[in-house]
Design a protein around this ligand. Structure first.
Ligand code: PAF
Length: 289
């Protein structure tokens, strides 16, 4: 696996691959790889001939007081994991390389960025959209893949790519979960033993939502109320529980085939998100089935 530290290095690496007629799938990440990242890398290898991963903890998507300085990092382990997953290039720039001068330009995806996570993190998606645009421009990959746990991020990026005619095809991959249902996240490493148990209110809340729908309750207000009561029992602080249309992110008053139950909670200092479809057409409402 080739380590690429500068824009010039990654640009000549990708150009060389593409002039030979091979395609590249970019997997943008902030590192501290877990099974969810590995699944993205492996899927990227099915989509394109060559997998390029970017590893950059992007300061502009963290607000002051958020966890930028404590964000988990393990570069040596990440290199080993990426190489074993078949990654051929790892673009790992430092902050100076990505933001060499005071930027005057940022990308803002209007309405999609202000809902859900955007209410408590008003600058977050501008930071994501800007860095992802920079990564797309620097790497020039044919494809890029993102995880569906960050479903709002995925919607923002798809909209941005369509609006700005960015020549990259976006793919996504369903959430990868621990055996007890907790969605994989680098931030799970912040949780104490007790908080780890409390965090299960997310996946269990999603299962409860599915059970309610399977029992015939399709009124979003009732489902949200019951899931919120369930989460309050786990003593977590709820940021939001919403039933939305997966593409538009608009709230759905009634559950239909596109309705996604989306949740964000704070457990101690750790903010976690999760989501899942409510109408699965499946008798088994568990998340790991
Ligand atoms: O999902 C992430 O890890 C980040 O938000 C991303 C897409 C790499 C941008 O920094």
């Amino acid at each position: 696996m080739k380590l690429l530290y500068t824009k010039a290095e990654v640009q000549s690496w990708t150009k060389n691959i593409q002039t030979q007629g091979s395609t590249i799938c970019l997997v943008p990440t902030m590192g501290f790889f877990h099974a969810g990242h590995i699944a993205l890398m492996k899927r990227a290898g099915e989509i394109a001939d060559t997998v390029l991963v970017s590893l950059f903890v992007n300061p502009s998507q963290f607000a002051p007081g958020e966890d930028l300085s404590t964000y988990p990092r393990d570069f040596a382990a990440d290199c080993q994991k990426a190489e074993s997953a078949g990654v051929e290039g790892l673009f790992c720039p430092d902050v100076q390389e990505m933001y060499p001068q005071q930027s005057q330009t940022s990308i803002k995806v209007e309405s999609l960025s202000h809902q859900l996570c955007g209410k408590s993190r008003p600058t977050h998606f501008n930071g994501v959209a800007t860095v992802v645009t920079k990564l797309f421009n620097i790497c020039g990959a044919d494809y890029a893949i993102f995880g569906e746990k960050d479903f709002q991020q995925l919607a923002v990026i798809k909209q941005m790519v369509a609006d700005l005619n960015i020549p990259v095809q976006i793919h996504s991959l369903p959430i990868v979960r621990e055996s007890d249902g907790l969605a994989m996240s680098s931030r799970n490493s912040y949780l104490t033993g007790e908080e780890r148990k409390q965090a299960l209110c997310l996946s269990k809340g999603l299962c409860l939502g599915r059970k309610l729908v399977a029992s015939g309750i399709l009124d979003s207000r009732i489902i949200i109320e019951k899931v919120a009561d369930f989460c309050k029992d786990s003593a977590v602080s709820i940021d939001y529980i919403a039933i939305i249309n997966k593409s538009t992110l608009d709230e759905s008053p009634h559950v239909d085939g596109q309705a996604l139950l989306a949740m964000a909670v704070k457990i101690g200092k750790t903010r976690l998100i999760d989501n899942g479809f409510l109408l699965t057409g499946d008798k088994d409402v568990s998340l790991n089935a």
